[in-house]
Each structure stands twice: as C-alpha cells, then as structure tokens.
Design a protein around this ligand. Structure first.
Ligand SMILES: CC(C)(COP(=O)([O-])OP(=O)([O-])OC[C@H]1O[C@@H](n2cnc3c(N)ncnc32)[C@H](O)[C@@H]1OP(=O)([O-])[O-])[C@@H](O)C(=O)NCCC(=O)NCCSC(=O)C[C@@](C)(O)CC(=O)[O-]
Length: 584
C-alpha cells in the first residue's frame, strides 16, 4: 500500500503569500523537501512576473537546484501557455502542469477566459509538449464550488477532466479550491468520475479551509485514489477565504498515511523540521497541525541561564567586498564594515548607494536577525566625502534613502563605533538601534563650521540624544563624548578600544535570545511612540503588534511554552535546524 505525494509548496504555496521569498530560500526549501524523501516537488511556475511576481525567479531557482536533486526528483513547473512551456523547456524541465477551472466564474476571474477557451489554450500546450518529450499534468479547480457561480456539478468536472486526459495529460489533479468539500461530496464526485476515468489517472488536491482536507483524502483513498497534492506547513491558501487555512499540509498527510500503514517514502521528522524552518523563514504560523504538535516535542537549543552561556567563537564568512566597504555573515548576523580608513571612512556616492542596496536587500531576508555597522581605522566615519561633491538633489536623495533603509529595516541594527564620528558619520551611528562605543569614540556635528547643517541626519540624532543636547551640539559643533551619551542611554556601552570585539561578541550572545520577529515589533512600537505619541497611529500599531505577537504559530507560542517548561532562553537562530541538546 503506497501513496504518491505531489509537494506543491514551492509553487502553489509561495505564490499565494504576499512577500517575495529570496531565491536561495526557495532552493533550500526544495532541497530540504527532497532530502525528506519527496519524489515529486512542483518547483515553480513560468507565469508572467506581472501576474505572479513571487515566482519571477523561476529560471534561477531551477538553475540553482543541485544536479543530484534534479536527476532524482521530478520537478514539474506550472505553465499557463505555450510561451511558459518554451521557457520551461529552456530550463530543461521534463514535466509541466496546466490548469483549468471546471466553472465559468472562476475561469473568467482567474485566467480571463471561458472554460472552453481555456481548454483550447491548454490543448496547444499539451500538443507542443509532446514532441519535446515533456509530460503534462492537469489541474482542475473549483471541483465542489466556485466563489462566483456557487456549487459545481460532477458533470462540469467530468467534462474538463476527460478533455485533459484525452488531450494527453497523464494525470488530472482535482482541486477543491475553496476547501468547502466534505467526504460526502468526494463520494458523489468520484462516484461519478470513476465510471468514466481510471482511478490511476486522478489525484486529489484538497484545501483545508473548513478542516475537511484529511477526511477527504481518506475518503478518496478508500475509493482508490493514490496520488495527493499537499504543501509543507500548509503553505499557500485560498485567496477567496481570507484568513482561512490553505493547502492540506504535507506533514498532516504523511502523519495520517503513516498511521494508516500506507507508505509514502517520506521521513516525517525531516518534514516537520522543514515545516518549522520555512514557517520561520516566512514569519508565518505553521499551518500544519501535526507539524506544530511534533515540532513542539522537539528539543530546541535552550540554555537554562542564557546570559552566562557564550556561543563558540564566531566565524565571519565574506559575502561581498568593495574598495570602500565589506559585508560578512555569521549565522543570523551580518556585519557591514567601512573600509576607507585613509579618508576617515568618509561617505562617497558609491558607499551611499552600496550600503542602501545591501540594507534594502537584508530587510527582505528573514534569515538575518541583526545588522552590525563597523569601521576600519582610527575614525568610525567622517560624514559626507567633502572632496568629491555630489549634486545637492542627488545627495539629499542618496542620504535620505540610506538612512530610511537602516531606520526601517526589521532587523536589530548595532553600531560598533571604533573612533570619532563627524556629521553624517554621527547619523550613521545614531540611526542604528543600539551602540557600543570605544572610549576613543566622540561625536561632532561639525556641519555648522562648514556652513552646513545636519539636515538629513537630524531626524535620528535628535531622536536619540534629545532636543536640548542635540540643539547645543549642532549650534556649537562641540565634541560630545561617548560617556556623555552613555549617561542619556543613547550609547549602551563604552569599552576600551581593545575590547570592542569582545563587546561585539557579548551583545550578539545576549541578542540571540531575543526573538527576531517580535524584536521588529518592538522597533515598530518605539517608532510609533516617537512619531505619534498618544495618537491614532500609535494606537493602531499597538493593537497590530499585540495581535501579531499572539497569533497562532507566532514566536510567543514557542517562548511561552519553553518558559512553562522552566527553560529560560530560546536560541532563535537554531530553531528549525536539527535539534541540538543543551549541555546544561
Ligand atoms: C576627520 C578629520 C578630523 C581627520 O583629521 P586628521 O586626523 O587631522 O586627518 P586629515 O584631516 O589629514 O584627514 C585624513 C584624510 O582623510 C580625508 N578626510 C577626512 N574626512 C573627510 C571627509 N569628510 N571628506 C573627504 N575627505 C576626508 C582628509 O581629507 C585626509 O585626506 P588626505 O589629505 O590624506 O588625502 C578631518 O579630516 C575632518 O575634520 N574632516 C571633516 C569632517 C567633517 O566635518 N564632516 C562633516 C561632513 S558634512 C556632512 O556629513 C553633511 C550631512 C550628512 O550631515 C548633511 C545632512 O545630514 O543633511
């Protein structure tokens, strides 16, 4: 007794969430799913990026999948038309999926044509695929109900299913797009279809909106169906039932089939780890009941006394390096270092552009929890490069964009201030969330002496220093010491210059126990309190932060559960990795 599972998360799952997932995360997801034993993984789709921007990197995803995975696993892609098929062929794809709706309303809204027109379009794809040796799988949506037309009849489903099979699809997957069907509906539909279509050529694609997906699988299995589509962590969803559960979760499917004694070839432990990992990457609740329950039994790396536990020495891996700055990464932390010490690390146009690009990229990377800004040499940063002037309008825009990018990024940002800062360099230190300063650090808003004023950076300097100190420092251009700012908590720690590396390791050790997503919420709360104290925006931000922190599957569930077990700290960067037992 065995069942074939078609994993659809990398395509169906990721196209239905609003965020754009980094290509490497998509590739890692596919590799992890393959390592868990899934043999068919719908990898992506060649649809217009205007329709589905989430999957615009289809070619790159396929390119980056390991050759071994490509030869061992079937990686179909979805194509809407012959153009998509050609792109898929150029990426050496050997199976594609085409889709039609059983119903008119959904067909018109979803693909802007009637059912009959969609069948003609799909037939062209199937015919074009044949000489290329590409197998074609068909999807039929709205098998039980259409969001516009209401209930679907078995005859409507039979018509399109038979058409797809006659045209050359080797299998048709029947999709309950709204997730409204029950085992009784399955009985009626399959009861009709199986009179005309061999059971081996049908697959079930159930959504879990009303919690019926597993029941429908079991019913279909009893009626002879042996192929089911599912999505890790239940990723994806029904766009017509906001907030409802989406695809049937692969973990739930495998859990049920295991208990029925039906083999799937899938390792449930690895699947659960992958589900936890991808939910964490996307910042979404884990949509698998079985996955969430099994994950909570897994020991995460916990320390009984977190603050006293040092992580092993950090290894910073190079990511990017220019003549003016470098970027390194160590696990969930990224460090950007200014490398222009000969010029006091003065900010050039290239630096402003480069740093903005990197921070904007990192902002979208949910695997990065902290961003550090450090510098080489005697000075931290001597502000705008005064030797190579930039046109005022361009300078304003470049400065504004960099500072906004740093200010708005969800990660915790830390300035490691090795020495004196001037003008824009002061801004670079104080736009960050936290500051560790060497005792040689000092801060001079020198602009007024040059006939300038600290316009762009004033927003951040005033916020962190307070009005009176900022006004005095701007008007006099006097040097403000690190210890003075320590006094107003605008600097968190001042250390001997030789101890800056140790202080960096210490703060990163401390922050690894701060949950990353709620850290981002903390930043939103502080920002709202600053922008609109007591106002509507602050009230809305508080409400929204509260809801997000309490949402099902949020970090609070893990944190509170561990607390109740008597554990005092979760190392959030290790969640989703292979479990590591604490030595304490
Ligand atoms: C930094 C010290 C104290 C070092 O003083 P020092 O240790 O005596 O060394 P130095 O003065 O010989 O400087 C070493 C090298 O760094 C260069 N250098 C150093 N800083 C810069 C700079 N910003 N732009 C271009 N070059 C700079 C300097 O020109 C020299 O180059 P070299 O002569 O060896 O080829 C001194 O050079 C100095 O006072 N520099 C000016 C610092 C300053 O006033 N910065 C404010 C810039 S305005 C700004 O940032 C505007 C902004 C962003 O706030 C506007 C806004 O917010 O809207």
């Amino acid at each position: 007794m065995s069942v074939k599972i078609v994993e659809v998360a990398p395509r169906d799952g990721l196209q239905n969430i609003s965020q754009i997932v980094p290509t490497n995360t998509k590739v890692e997801l596919i590799e992890r799913l393959a390592a868990a034993g899934l043999k068919t993984i719908e990898a992506t789709s060649f649809v217009s990026p205007r329709w589905v921007p989430q999957l615009a990197d289809a070619k790159q995803v396929l390119q980056r999948i390991q050759p071994r995975t490509r030869s061992n696993v079937c990686l179909p892609v979805l194509v809407p038309n012959v153009q998509g098929l050609e792109l898929a062929h150029r990426s050496a794809v050997d199976e594609v999926a085409v889709f039609v709706s059983a119903t008119e309303g959904f067909s018109k809204k979803n693909i802007n044509c009637t059912v009959d027109e969609s069948l003609i379009r799909v037939k062209k794809v199937i015919e074009a695929a044949k000489p290329l040796g590409i197998r074609v799988r068909g999807y039929v949506s709205c098998i039980f109900c259409d969001p516009y037309d209401g209930p679907t009849t078995p005859q409507q489903v039979r018509k399109v299913t038979q058409f797809l099979l006659d045209a050359g699809c080797y299998e048709v997957s029947l999709g309950d797009t709204l997730g409204v069907g029950t085992p009784t509906d399955v009985q009626t539909l399959y009861g009709d279809l199986l009179k005309f279509v061999p059971k081996e050529r049908l697959a079930g694609h159930f959504h879990d909106t009303y919690g019926q997906a597993i029941a429908n699988v079991v019913k279909s299995y009893d009626m002879g169906i042996r192929t089911f589509d599912s999505s890790i962590a239940g990723l994806g969803g029904c766009p017509f039932a906001k907030g409802a559960k989406g695809n049937l979760a692969t973990e739930d499917l495998v859990y049920t089939l295991n208990k029925m004694g039906v083999s799937t070839g899938v390792n449930l432990d690895k699947l659960v780890t992958t589900g936890t990992w991808i939910s964490g990457q996307l910042g979404l609740p884990n949509g698998s009941r079985a996955g969430a329950a099994l994950a909570s039994q897994t020991q995460v790396q916990i320390s009984k006394t977190p603050s006293s536990v040092k992580s092993p020495p950090r290894k910073w891996e190079p990511v990017e390096s220019t003549a003016e700055f470098s970027v390194q990464r160590s696990r969930a932390d990224v460090k950007i270092t200014l490398t222009r010490p000969g010029n006091g690390n003065a900010l050039t146009k290239g630096m402003l552009q480069g740093l903005t690009r990197i921070v904007e990229q990192l902002s979208k990377d949910s695997t990065v929890f902290r961003i550090l800004f450090s510098a080489q040499g005697k000075y931290y940063c001597s502000g705008m490069d005064l030797r190579t002037p930039i046109q005022p309008e361009e300078q304003f825009e470049l400065l504004r964009r960099l500072f906004e990018a740093i200010d708005q990024c969800p990660q915790t940002t830390i300035a490691l201030i090795n020495g004196p800062c001037f003008g824009g360099g002061v801004g670079l230190a104080f736009v960050c969330d936290l500051r560790i300063a060497s005792s040689t650090a000092a801060f001079k808003l020198s602009e007024v002496r040059l006939g300038l004023c600290p316009a762009v950076i004033s927003k951040y300097v005033i916020r962190e220093w307070g009005l009176s100190l900022a006004r005095a420092a701007m008007l006099t251009a006097r040097e403000v010491s690190a210890s003075e700012l320590l006094g107003v908590q605008a600097v968190q720690k001042v250390v001997d210059s030789r101890s800056l590396d140790a202080a960096e390791a210490e703060i990163l050790d401390q922050l690894r126990f701060s949950a990353p997503r709620v850290s981002a919420l903390c930043k939103e709360l502080v920002n709202a309190a600053w922008i609109d104290p007591g106002g509507e925006r602050q009230a809305k931000t508080i409400r929204s932060a509260f809801d997000r922190m309490m949402a099902n599957g949020s970090e609070s569930q893990i944190g509170l559960e561990q607390f109740r077990k008597g554990v005092k700290g979760v190392d959030w960067a290790t969640l989703g990795e292979e479990p590591v037992r604490s030595k304490l």
